[in-house]
Design a protein around this ligand. Sequence first.
Ligand code: PLP
Length: 446
Amino acid sequence: MNEISGEKIGEYVDSASYMELRRRYVSSGVPLEHPITFVRGANALLYDESGRAYIDLTSGIGVATLGHVNEELVREAVKQLQRLWHICIHVANYPPYLDLARRLSEVAPMRFEKSAAFFNSGAEAVENSVKIARQWTGRKTIIAFDGAFHGRTYMALTLTGKYKPYKVGFDPFVPGVEHVPYPYCYRCPFHREECTADAEPELSYIRRLAKVRLNPGDVAAIIVEPIQGEAGFIVPPKGFLEGLREIADELGALLIVDEVQTGLCRTGRMFAFQHWNIEPDIVVVGKALANGLPISGVVGRADVLRNIKPGSIGGTFTGNPVSAAVALKVLEILERDELCSRALRLGRIMEKRLEELYERFEVVGDVRGLGVMRAMELVSDKGSRRPAAKLASRVVDESRRRGLLLIKAGIYSNVIRFHPPLTIEEELLERAMDILEASLKASLKA
Ligand SMILES: Cc1ncc(COP(=O)(O)O)c(C=O)c1O
């Protein structure tokens, strides 16, 4: 048993009764990565029902950016709960919604005038970004990417560019969506040895599609993840996002950037698109916005957002006062504590440790990412690059047994992704990397 700050970290004890409850009363459609039950969290640690601690490098899939049960956020939530916790923004104003709309518009770095709207989940915000683009342009076609993940509601699912497991049995999907290749340099869709220099074939593909197969005057928007998340933290090459901006302008379409997973300092910038030289028309945010309370949003061109027909977007719970109040505090803390810079510092620690694994292990095919959003792609060997999904599962399971919580990603489910809270202590992050290394070694012997 390991000891961190006097707390037990280690061997998973089966919580059979919780698993039985889950089996009997929860739909099998809801996925489960770890057969474990957490009852408490504190910053980057999670505790199961027996009191054992686990280092959390998932942040609940990129959400608990300020750590679990952040005390400042708890105070903010309680304050708002005691004032007002629902009225519905369709019925009347309440300050947290309005303040958050102003604050998010200020934080979004596009130089034009901006407005915002709030929703409950990433999928819902994506869905609404597309409704806004269609209504504003009067056009129907949306260009999305292979490998993309945008959520599980019907439009978000239609935009999602991976069939299994998300889309199985759910056809037919929403009409008007065209998928195009994303520049996944390690597995180049155009069979280039490397594609880090530019994204010319991917961009030409879209231009050709728009000219030959589509009515170019029908394209309402291009929607893109600036770094593909569920597909395995795929960082696009230089010029890709700039090229999409140019194409959107040529077509008179909007460029929507889905920052649900990448946004709010995770990559070392407030928004991941800031690593490149573009200004999207609409940015979609979710996940980390209120550190786990449900809220998502779109922020973008005021001329677009202020001309959407009243009653055509919104919802009963959208921009809930408690979530909005906490989101305001999250934005304040990200800036006050310079957490984008911290993401870069923590990211360098992770990059160094992952590069070492790449040098030492034949099965580590690629390591990549920006800020703390890092991933390791496992293969049978560096030469063949054959995806090693079972090995990735073994490493995740072995890590859990040793007290480290990880999740996978990737088109081939062979990528281990790292999503630490930005508030994790550096020693704990190093300790997590030690456990990862030991688990990789043990999994190779198994
Ligand atoms: C890029 C991206 N967009 C949208 C979503 C959907 O968000 P939600 O699960 O909150 O609906 C996700 C979730 O993982 C995501 O990564």
